[in-house]
Design a protein around this ligand. Structure first.
Ligand code: BT5
Length: 237
């Protein structure tokens, strides 16, 4: 297993997407700062240099490619377990890719695939976990381990903890164990909440009932139940 470290890079996800052919399954790349950190749908992931965990895991095992839809919730569950292990309370997962602590976002996950023609070649799980940053200008909904626990953490040690948990959870998934879903269901931030989203091109509102076995969000719209895939979903505050 290779670990590649950068002081600064554009994006650790971008690095693995460019270099996957020279690397192996479960290799990781991390950086102290990203100059072009990415969120979903061209959004930006911000960081203050040297204070947060920013890393990406490469998946080249083709057996996992059909599990594309599972991996961001799986990673969220691994991170939730890590944070609980550090003693944090109020940890929850906001479907499909955020880890929240006491209602604020502490971690975002960006799952991407690399394809050559119609063949999938690799998956990349990108993780941004706020660790020691104590101010988030312009991000009132962001928090960090430091802000929640009032203790700083050594980033490299924390990366090893998170990575060990993710690797173990991936091994379990490969053996058909989907218990990450139960852990997510027990800490489903959106349960019972009203959400707005676009469905079949229409703006609709519904209330969240749960998460199904295919990682989809179960939503009730005026008595009709739908199962929502990852896509653009806008939430009420
Ligand atoms: C995400 O997107 O939450 C996925 C973030 C993934 C970041 C990692 S870092 C390592 C790897 N390399 C990359 O380039 N990316 C991955 P999304 O759900 O679209 O949320 C993005 C939104 O979160 C932004 O529009 C902001 O509102 C908010 N945000 C940005 N930076 C934040 C931060 N540090 N903490 C909390 N919220 C933040």
């Amino acid at each position: 297993m290779k670990e590649i470290h950068f002081k600064e890079i554009d994006s650790t996800n971008l690095y693995l997407k460019k270099h996957y052919s020279e690397l192996d399954d479960l290799d990781i790349v991390d950086a102290l700062h990203q100059s072009a950190g990415k969120g979903r749908m061209a959004r930006v992931w911000e960081d203050s240099s040297g204070e947060n965990l920013l890393f990406s895991v490469l998946i080249k095992d083709k057996n996992l490619f059909p599990e594309f839809g599972s991996l961001s919730l799986l990673a969220a569950s691994s991170i939730m377990a890590t944070l609980k292990g550090l003693g944090l309370n109020g940890v929850a997962v906001k479907w499909p890719n955020d880890v929240m602590v006491n209602g604020k976002k502490i971690c975002g996950i960006l799952l991407e695939s690399v394809s050559l023609g119609s063949e999938m070649e690799a998956l990349v799980i990108g993780i941004g976990l706020n660790v020691n940053q104590n101010e988030f200008e312009g991000l009132p909904n962001a928090t960090s381990i430091y802000l929640e626990a009032r203790t700083g953490y050594e980033i490299n040690a924390l990366r090893e903890l998170v990575y060990t948990n993710i690797r173990n959870d991936i091994l379990m998934l490969k053996m058909g164990d989907k218990s990450y879903l139960n852990r997510i269901r027990q800490a489903n931030y959106l349960i019972g909440q009203q959400i707005d989203f676009v469905y079949n091109g229409q703006n609709v509102a519904g209330s969240v009932k749960g998460i199904d076995d295919d990682n989809k969000l179960i939503v009730d719209i005026n008595g009709d139940t739908i199962h929502l895939s990852t896509g653009e979903v806008t939430f009420h505050k």
